[in-house]
Design a protein around this ligand. Structure first.
Ligand code: PMP
Length: 426
């Protein structure tokens, strides 16, 4: 049995059956912004490993950090012990976010779980029994049960698990696009908070871009107002920056678009430059002090791989790279190229709309049945993207070459055109 046969017979892939219902390609290696398949074919990476590989693969500085750390200490339990790399990383995260306290965990979903638990503890420490969360329609916050419970209830994940998921409150998603000031969704938010503030512990949202729930970009005005209203009603604001964080929207964190600070932030994906599985929950001093000085006293969470030194050291190197490189300029150039190239998709029959911000470019189709066909076309033409439903999108490493990015978008558009030609033939 070769390794791909083992994979086919025994290994689950994300959002899939066993054996997989969708095509799985065998990867041999990665370098910079290229993926090399077992048969030697090179694909330009238009996904940066689900928003994580922000510097590209095999970066000498990141490799060096990891190699150096593995000889010093690959892992050590964090219960009762501390190490230098986690302190250095925590200080960097505090300095970048303006927040105060860091919980280092092993995946984005877990950081969301910890954020939800922290919000409940905070309210409890205040003597309040607030067990509900407010979230947005189209929200996506991860695949563990607590995180799923604050994902859009119209999402199929909800209906499958039924009453096993706890019930929360959802409000109208901010209107699509920077051109709307989001007045309708803000009015609804205000109404809901007025009515339910005594039961809501926190409002969780993805700032500026709702990712997996539709790649929806919205006006910072909504975020500003959400901050104001949460403060008014003493509801914590949780900014889930797992996807948007570390520069994807052109700012280090998407909250900067509205010049607001959340009470709790979750980060992941780009944190380690896509090298290691690590995420973090970061809170304000107010939140950590209130819990720590209360009768509750402790945050009851402690994963085995909390603050893994390998992950911390590569995260430190990744943040240093952002500090030492002109990533903002690179992301600005990427944004300009996306804007120019996506223009050519606008007039296509199958296309509903296009949108982009920072390192993210999106084509929304009118129908959701072409994802596999479009992916097949792109792979045939040496580009890796992973469309879902109606969304054909690309999120690239900040180090991508201009001609490669133009090729990604052109190929996405050609893939759509190829479907149109097929339809006309029928
Ligand atoms: N929140 C958001 C906004 C995400 O995009 C994701 C990952 N797609 C998660 C949470 C969950 O992160 P992870 O996949 O690392 O568990």
């Amino acid at each position: 049995m070769n390794w791909l046969d083992i994979d086919k017979a025994h290994v689950w892939h994300p959002y899939n059956a066993l054996p997989s219902k969708t095509k799985i390609l065998p990867v041999k290696s990665t370098n910079k912004t290229s993926i090399f398949l077992e048969d030697g074919k090179e694909l330009i990476d238009g996904m940066s490993s689900w928003w994580s590989a922000i510097h590209g693969y095999n970066h000498p500085k990141l490799n060096e950090a990891l190699k150096k750390q593995v000889d010093i200490m690959p892992h050590i339990m964090f219960g009762g012990l501390a190490h230098e790399q986690s302190s250095i990383l925590s200080k960097k995260l505090i300095d970048l976010t303006g927040l105060n306290s860091v919980f280092l965990c092993d995946s984005g979903s877990v950081s969301v779980e910890v954020a939800l638990k922290t919000a409940i503890l905070y309210q409890k420490a205040k003597g309040l029994k607030k067990y509900k969360f407010l979230a947005l329609e189209n929200a996506y916050h991860g695949d563990t049960l607590g995180a799923m419970s604050v994902c859009d209830p119209n999402n199929s994940m909800h209906s499958i698990y039924g009453t096993y998921l706890s019930e929360h409150i959802f409000t109208k998603a901010p209107e699509l696009g920077f051109q709307s000031d989001c007045s309708d969704s803000i009015i609804e938010l205000e109404k809901i908070l007025k009515k339910h503030n005594e039961e809501i512990a926190a409002f969780i949202l993805e700032p500026i871009v709702q990712g997996a729930g539709g790649m929806r970009i919205y006006n910072p005005n909504y975020l500003k107002k959400a901050r104001e209203l949460c403060s008014k009603y003493d509801i914590l604001l949780i900014a889930d920056e797992i996807a948007t964080g570390f520069g994807h929207t052109g700012r280090m964190f998407a909250c900067e678009w509205a010049e607001i600070k959340p009470d709790i932030m979750t980060v992941g994906k780009g944190l380690t430059g896509g090298y290691m599985t690590m995420a973090a929950m970061i809170t304000s001093k107010n939140v950590s002090d209130l819990i720590s000085n209360s009768d509750i006293g402790v945050l009851m969470h402690g994963p085995t791989f909390m603050a893994n030194p390998l992950a911390c050291s590569v995260a430190n190197a990744s943040i240093d790279l952002l500090r030492d490189t002109s990533w903002q300029e690179n992301v600005k150039n990427i944004e300009t190229i996306f804007t120019q190239e996506l223009e050519f998709a606008k007039e296509l029959n199958l296309v509903k709309s296009v949108r982009n911000i920072g390192a993210i470019g999106v084509i929304e189709l009118k129908d959701d049945c072409y994802a596999q066909e479009i992916q097949d076309y792109c792979v045939k033409n040496a580009v890796w993207i992973r469309p879902f439903g109606k969304l054909i999108y690309s999120i690239v490493a900040y180090t991508i070459k201009e001609e490669d990015l133009r090729k990604i978008v052109k190929t996405m558009i050609d893939a759509i055109k190829s479907i149109k030609i097929e339809n006309e033939k029928k």
